[in-house]
Design a protein around this ligand. Sequence first.
Ligand code: FMN
Length: 168
Amino acid sequence: MDWKELVRERYSCRKYMGTAVSDEVLDELLEEARLAPSAANRQPWMVYVVREPATRSQFKRAYDQEWFYRAPVILVFCGSAEQSYKRKDGALARDIDVAIAVDHLTLAATARGLGTCWIMAFDPLPVKEILGIPEPWEPVILLPVGYPGEEQRKPRKRKPLKELVRRV
Ligand SMILES: Cc1cc2nc3c(=O)[nH]c(=O)nc-3n(C[C@H](O)[C@H](O)[C@H](O)COP(=O)(O)O)c2cc1C
């Protein structure tokens, strides 16, 4: 799949098949996330790989959607404010850096026929409890990963470029 196809093929997958994702494929995805750039190269992120069905079921407490917690793999991307680049005015790169890594992973997954869906609207407290996430890590994005099932895909709605771009 070339780049133009890849960015058009990725979508938020909200239906997963039970088919397992191999460790080899998962390792490739994680390796390609690792190559993501980060502010001052601080790489202030880490990721939990959750495969165990009993653990995934507990994620219902954090985000109560069956398509999410039944996906064969859930990645929990965490960020650290301590490890992040901080601009003079206090702005943190943490969540930007996490997002770049997540984006690399979503595209790496698409290239291998896998589906993903960014989840931010979750309750972080149960996630911290379930995984015993220590300080200074904060869960930022949950990412189910799996082979996509048939689903009605929403038409891609994006603002027109003329609304997004100002040429000065
Ligand atoms: C930072 C971020 C947070 C998101 N959080 C959620 C979420 O909590 N639940 C969900 O179903 N989708 C979530 N999404 C998916 C968006 O709804 C989706 O990307 C957007 O509607 C565009 O659709 P597409 O990904 O299929 O192109 C999130 C996406 C991003 C980038």
